[in-house]
Design a protein around this ligand. Structure first.
Ligand code: SAH
Length: 390
């Protein structure tokens, strides 16, 4: 027997129509907003460029600062639009200068971003593409958080704007920047949110806006093989692969997406990445897990896997998190592992962990956001429409 709930008599709620936030929107989307104001197509394109330039090159958050736009036009814009950053729930600064932000994009929609100042004159911002993750890699803290939802392109770009605000990097400097690179290595799997990642990269790399070139944007994937060549074709970005194991048995266990796309399938996809060559190498990330993947035999296998590929390997000492089931390999073991790779002519730097004290290092990111269950949403809706007992 089954019971069905009749929700058809629910009064239709008018769609919420608040002002639209323009901050972080793509040129195409800003233009659509201009057209919705009744501006004709050609002028709308020009206006969109002006507004985007003010927001993403000058960092303004006020329409009145857009001095080359007529006053009445500014007033019109202000009536229907805002320029807002996400709420910053938490901002932490590590002893090593690494900074971490927890941004709130909506009720229970929170994601982290990390700025890693480098030793050289460069700094990378690690952005999240999803709240939570579906992949459950066994060594990754984000993997213990259930998937909540994809971030929109605007929410991804907002993470860059927040960092630029904190670094006081407005207008976009043409040289001596603190923020020079973007890495999609925060929470989530970017290739499971490819459309939004592509749109965000278009906005981040727009040379009249944030202007971080595509060669300075790296997208990391755990191995969503069919989407890898598409990522290259649509973004021209740099590719990073979270490899972590050299045989299918171990990779099936620690990076479970390998059961769907095994090493052979993954490497076929990597070889199909457009424009690979000496100036465009694939980065392989390899987390060093004590007695799991750090033997000399595995270093030799790794060399074999890299054969014929323009590649570099980042050896990442495992970063622990509460309840994590692994330990980091001994330091001399990591060094011996690196030596095998170096002797084979491979670049294999050992990454110094950054921001461990504020839980900002690779794989330590996680937020408390949980997805509201459909049954809870239904309960809330019923409570909304059921007259209260007298
Ligand atoms: N889902 C994508 C994007 C996340 S990138 C991907 O897997 O590539 C985050 C990087 O940190 C990945 O290489 C991931 O494997 C690595 N990582 C995860 N947990 C880690 C940990 N505890 N210590 C060190 N690196 C970790």
């Amino acid at each position: 027997m089954s019971t069905e709930l009749d929700l058809s008599r629910r009064p239709a709620k008018p769609a919420a129509t608040g002002p639209v936030n323009l901050s972080g929107l793509s040129l195409v989307k800003i233009r659509e907003q201009m057209e919705a104001l009744g501006i004709d197509a050609k002028k709308a394109k020009m206006r969109a460029k002006q507004v985007s330039h003010w927001m993403h090159n000058f960092g303004v958050t006020n329409f009145d600062d857009m001095t080359n736009i007529a006053k009445d036009m500014r007033a019109k814009l202000e009536q229907n639009h805002v320029i807002e950053r996400p709420e910053i729930v938490e901002h932490k600064v590590s002893v090593d200068g690494t900074q971490k932000w927890l941004s709130r994009f909506g009720p229970a929609i929170e994601a982290e971003s990390v700025f890693i100042p480098d030793v050289a004159r460069s700094g990378a911002l690690c952005v999240s593409s999803q709240v939570g993750c579906t992949l459950s890699c066994t060594f990754c803290h984000t993997g213990t958080q259930k998937m909540v939802r994809n971030l929109t392109a605007q929410e991804i770009v907002a993470q860059v704007l927040v960092a630029r605000d904190a670094l006081s990097e407005w207008p976009t400097p043409s040289e001596n920047r603190k923020l020079t690179n973007i890495v999609f290595m925060g929470m989530g799997e970017p290739l499971y949110n490819l459309d939004n990642v592509v749109e965000a990269i278009d906005t981040i790399s727009d040379c009249e806006g944030i202007s971080i070139g595509r060669r300075r944007i790296t997208v990391s994937t755990a191995g969503v093989a069919p989407k890898i060549p598409e990522l290259g074709a649509r973004t021209n970005a740099m590719l990073a692969i979270s490899l972590h194991a050299t045989n299918d048995d171990l990779r099936d266990e620690i990076v479970p997406i390998n059961k769907k796309y095994n090493l052979e399938c993954l490497f076929d996809a990597i070889r199909a990445y457009p424009d690979l060559g000496n100036s465009k190498r694939v980065t392989f990330e390899y987390v060093m897990l004590k007695d799991v993947n750090d033997s000399l035999a595995e270093a030799v296998d790794l060399v074999k896997l890299m054969k014929g590929l323009p590649a570099k390997i980042n050896l990442i000492p495992f970063n622990p998190w509460p309840g994590s089931p692994y330990e980091c390999s001994e330091w001399d073991k990591i060094e011996t592992f690196a030596e095998v790779l170096n002797r084979a002519g491979l670049s294999a730097p050992i990454r110094t962990p950054r921001g461990r004290d504020i839980f900002a290092a690779c794989g330590q990111l996680r937020s408390e956001s949980v997805k509201e269950k459909a049954s809870d949403r239904l309960k809330a809706r019923l409570a909304d429409t059921t007259p209260a007992a007298e």
